[in-house]
Design a protein. Structure first.
Length: 388
């Protein structure tokens, strides 16, 4: 049986580190509260050795977190950083030390400048040290940075993962640190690693969205065997962002997978995150964009009108009311539009069009729209007055 997905949210760390103005304690506590409200139970609070403010916020979040929340913090594979990280989250009911170390050939050679065998040793030693601090009252996660670039040394990466699980890691995280290639190439690697890991180890993915495929890659990674999915709210994060929790949950929900999340709160949470991150929601953004309920072409308007009271609409991915959106379908009238739009727009004004009125009105509305673009309801009413 497929295991239920576990969301490990990194908005407070990967999201926060990409902001022009990283959040202060008060803002981080608000985002933490939003995550808890959504039902997310694994939350990465920050990167304590990055700044005194991040250390302080991790410490406070660990203190206020309810007993069901795992509070994580990221660290480099450096002993003093691991210690600082542990100290920042030690008060949580379940603290998680998250160690990151690059394992791709390119990064080991050009950035770390350390021989792979030494990197492997460092990975295992760092995990063992974290385990010695956290003992049995918390978790240790190991991340192979740039996993998505590890096609050619996957055997070495797998051996390193096994050295880490032997040393006490509970979670093995495979990030697409920079999204460069096909989702399938990534999920194929995930599948290979999962089959090599001991049964009790949690396999995790963390996908960035550089080429716009992070949601797809995360979802397919889950079906390839990863259980933990790392996300950010609204898909904020480094460069083009991280995998978007809302989108992934919506797909899984559509596929009948219980995410355990409170999806009714998605819209209000997304709006608040847009404000807090000063990253407005794009009008075409899946699920939340202003435009994604809009139908302007005649064929789509006809399908939308005929299925508007159904859970599955002809031209919408889901019943948006399930995520707290007040509107499922909206009609806009342009030269591309059809009768259904006019009927719908005028019905909203309490007007029922006769067949004759509709034929006359559509002609003049299309003509007007050729030069005026989308017609407002007021303009349609004005033109309607001429055909009565
Ligand atoms: O993108 C990345 O590789 C990361 C890791 C620390 C998980 O953010
Ligand atoms: Zn990342």
């Amino acid at each position: 049986m497929k295991k239920a997905p576990v969301f490990h949210d990194t908005t407070l760390r990967d999201g926060n580190q990409s902001l022009a103005k990283p959040w202060n304690l008060e803002e981080k506590l608000e985002v933490f509260g939003l995550l808890c409200g959504l039902g997310v139970e694994k939350i990465e609070a920050g990167f304590p050795s990055a700044s005194a403010m991040d250390f302080e916020t991790c410490r406070t979040i660990a203190e206020v977190a309810d007993g069901n929340i795992t509070v994580g913090a990221l660290t480099r594979a450096v002993e003093k950083d691991i210690k600082t990280t542990y100290e920042s989250i030690a008060h949580a009911a379940t603290p998680r030390i998250h160690i990151v170390l690059a394992l791709s050939p390119f990064t080991m050679e050009h950035v770390l400048k350390i021989h792979p065998q030494k990197v492997k040793q460092l990975a295992a030693e760092s995990v063992a040290y974290a385990r010695s601090l956290i003992k049995n009252r918390g978790e240790v996660q190991f991340t192979a940075e740039h996993f998505g670039d590890c096609m050619e040394n996957l055997d070495f990466v797998t051996e390193t993962f096994l050295a880490c699980t032997d040393a006490g890691a509970d979670i093995i995280n495979m990030p697409n640190t920079v999204e460069r290639y096909r989702p399938y190439l990534f999920t194929d690697m995930v599948e290979k690693v999962v089959s090599a890991l001991p049964e009790h180890i949690v396999a995790s993915v963390h996908c960035h969205n550089d080429l716009g495929m992070a949601t797809a890659t995360s979802v397919e990674s889950y079906f390839a065997g990863a259980v933990q999915i790392e996300t950010c709210l609204n898909g904020i994060g480094e460069r083009a962002g991280n995998a978007n929790l809302f989108e992934i949950a919506a797909v899984l929900n559509n596929c009948g997978v219980d995410t355990g999340l409170n999806i009714k709160l998605f819209v209000q949470t997304a709006k608040r995150i847009a404000e807090l991150s000063e990253t407005p929601i794009h009008q075409k953004a899946p699920l939340f964009g202003e435009e994604v309920v809009m139908h302007r072409s005649g064929i789509h308007q006809d399908g939308a009108a005929k299925t508007k009271h159904m859970t599955k609409g002809a031209y919408r991915p889901m019943d948006f009311s399930a995520i707290g959106r007040t509107e499922n379908d909206r009609m806009g009238f342009t030269s591309q539009s059809g009768r259904s739009a006019l009927a719908e727009i005028l019905a909203n004004e309490g007007i029922t069009l006769s067949g004759q009125q509709a034929s006359a009105l559509i002609r003049i509305c299309k003509k007007a729209s050729e030069t005026e673009g989308e017609l407002s309801t007021g303009r349609i009413l004005e033109l309607f007055a001429k055909v009565q």
